[in-house]
Design a protein around this ligand. Structure first.
Ligand SMILES: [Zn+2]
Length: 171
């Protein structure tokens, strides 16, 4: 997803050592993901602990909050809690070819880093696959409709069929 300016950390001005940052990921963030799954928005806190040393930035990102998604059962919006953490290390030596999931190489002259992508990744990795309202909180109309469908497909013989069969036999 596109980087959002508010998630840029200008580390060149930071002293070596630990720093903490907090971001609130709300509607503008979820809109910017461009993903249908996130179009209903949400509210997630992203807490970042950043340890700066001469050649490394070690960031520990933890997220907690909720994403509004349609319930898999009744399709009404529900707040899906999401929480998780991930570590991201940025190497400031400009070496190429060392990138892996956790270690990313930044240009030697880089003085800022943007975290939008990592917040997105952290949320996406920790979203449960199934989203269902807690028991009894689904849309009652949809619940009712499901009950009716179940009755229609019930394996129990429908007395009307017997009546119909009996009628056919007679003819
Ligand atoms: Zn539901």
């Amino acid at each position: 997803m596109e980087a959002l300016a508010e998630h840029t950390i200008h580390f060149s001005g930071l002293a070596e050592g630990e720093h903490t940052f907090d971001f609130l990921l709300s509607e503008p963030f979820f809109k910017a993901t461009g993903m249908e799954e996130y179009e209903l928005g949400g509210e997630v806190n992203a807490h970042v602990e950043l340890d700066r040393s001469e050649h490394l930035l070690v960031t520990n990102i933890s997220i907690s909050g909720y994403v509004t998604v349609p319930c898999d059962h009744c399709n009404a919006p529900m707040q899906q809690p999401v929480a998780g953490a991930q570590r991201q290390i940025f190497k400031l030596t400009g070496e190429e070819g060392i990138d892996d999931d956790e270690l990313v190489s930044l240009d030697t002259y880089a003085h800022e880093v943007n975290l939008t992508h990592y917040f997105f990744e952290c949320i996406t990795l920790h979203m449960p696959i199934r989203h269902v309202h807690p028991e009894g909180q689904c849309d009652p109309e949809v619940d009712q409709a499901f009950q009716e469908i179940k009755v229609e497909h019930s394996p129990d013989p429908d007395p009307r069929w017997d009546a119909l069969k009996a009628l056919k036999k007679k003819n």
